[in-house]
Design a protein around this ligand. Structure first.
Ligand SMILES: Nc1ncnc2c1ncn2[C@@H]1O[C@H](COP(=O)(O)OP(=O)(O)O)[C@@H](O)[C@H]1O
Ligand SMILES: CC(=O)N[C@@H](CCC(=O)OP(=O)(O)O)C(=O)O
Length: 293
């Protein structure tokens, strides 16, 4: 019945009200994974949710990856992508491709999409205004030596003043996962760890990963085994017993670092479910996996 439907919609808004009030002026870092960027409609719906968040007074910050697009661009250039423990081996040629795909293509596209949805957004990267300060990293090898990954780094600090001022003015920062080292050299950073670092340094209320799965499953072949609430210690056990593997490992490890540093909650949700972000943040029953300390 039309009136009942209208009342139900109003009730949804009222349910959201308590959360809107609670999260006013709080930072939420939203990470868009490369696995989610291929479907334009999904991206647009996710960005509409982010624009909604900003409109109701939250301070969203978008951090994005683009692993799949980088792979495609590398293959076109005749370079075979090489990964070590989930990190892309990044020589100078690869770094040029990573920079172009992330900062010139994806970052600009996301900014344009936000603007087309009536929101305000700005690209914060090494070309415009850098906010991620990084250091080069190596990975521990099995024989105790360190594995060199080329121009790969981790975020060691962020420009909080620029981020705070941008958010305060109602503009959504859009940040690709490339950092600059102290000498101004570019570093390729895993986007999950880049997003977690931004959340950590801003003590964000939330860190949300938009991915291509509904959340963390106990058994990936059985959708009924979605784990909707996890604590840090559960996550460590799930990594140790192999339940969490591949691309989920950097996400969860980065989540634990963020929670340890004071981020209140981490969410892993499906970018392919329309408005999963709004459902997770502004309703009483979330739809993905939430992780708390
Ligand atoms: N226990 C698990 N539950 C759900 N997904 C998992 C799990 N363990 C590993 N994964 C994998 O993690 C992937 C998400 O990580 P990734 O491919 O890096 O996505 P993104 O591009 O969003 O960072 C899923 O597509 C899935 O294959
Ligand atoms: C060092 C490293 O591996 N950097 C990543 C950065 C992009 C990324 O992480 O994108 P996703 O979110 O799609 O995974 C890469 O080159 O693929």
């Amino acid at each position: 019945m039309a009136v009942d439907d209208a009342i139900r919609k109003a009730e949804v808004l009222v349910e959201a009200l308590a959360w809107i009030q609670q999260f006013r002026d709080r930072y939420v870092v939203v990470k868009l994974g490369g696995s989610t960027l291929d479907d334009v409609d999904d991206v647009r719906r996710c960005l509409a949710d982010v624009v909604f968040m900003a409109a109701v007074g939250m301070r969203p910050i978008l951090v994005h990856g683009g692993g799949k697009s980088i792979n495609r661009a590398m293959e076109q250039a005749g370079i075979q992508p090489k990964f070590v423990q989930g990190r892309r081996y990044t020589d100078d040629g690869t770094l040029e491709i990573v920079s172009r795909v992330l900062a010139d293509d994806i970052c600009e596209l996301l900014v344009e999409e936000v603007r087309a949805l009536g929101g305000s957004a700005v690209a914060l990267n090494f070309r415009s205004q850098n906010v991620l300060i990084g250091e080069r990293t190596t990975l521990p090898g099995a024989d105790g030596t360190q594995i060199d990954l080329g121009r790969v780094g981790e975020v060691v600090s962020v420009n909080r003043d620029v981020l705070a001022a941008t958010c305060r003015s109602g503009t959504i920062p859009v940040i690709p996962s490339i950092a600059l080292d102290k000498k101004g050299g570019k570093l390729n950073v895993n986007a999950d760890t880049a997003a977690a670092a931004v959340a950590r340094f801003l003590r964000a209320e939330k860190l949300v990963f938009l991915s291509d799965v509904p959340g963390i499953f106990r058994d990936r072949k059985n959708p009924a085994t979605l784990l909707s609430h996890l604590k840090s210690e559960d996550c460590r056990a799930l990594i140790a017993d192999g339940t969490i593997d591949s691309g989920m490992i950097p996400k969860v490890e980065a989540s634990l670092d963020a929670l340890n540093a004071g981020v209140k909650k981490v969410h892993i949700i499906d970018a392919g479910v329309p408005h999963s972000l709004l459902l997770e943040v502004y309703s009483n029953t979330g739809i993905g996996t939430e992780i708390v300390r």
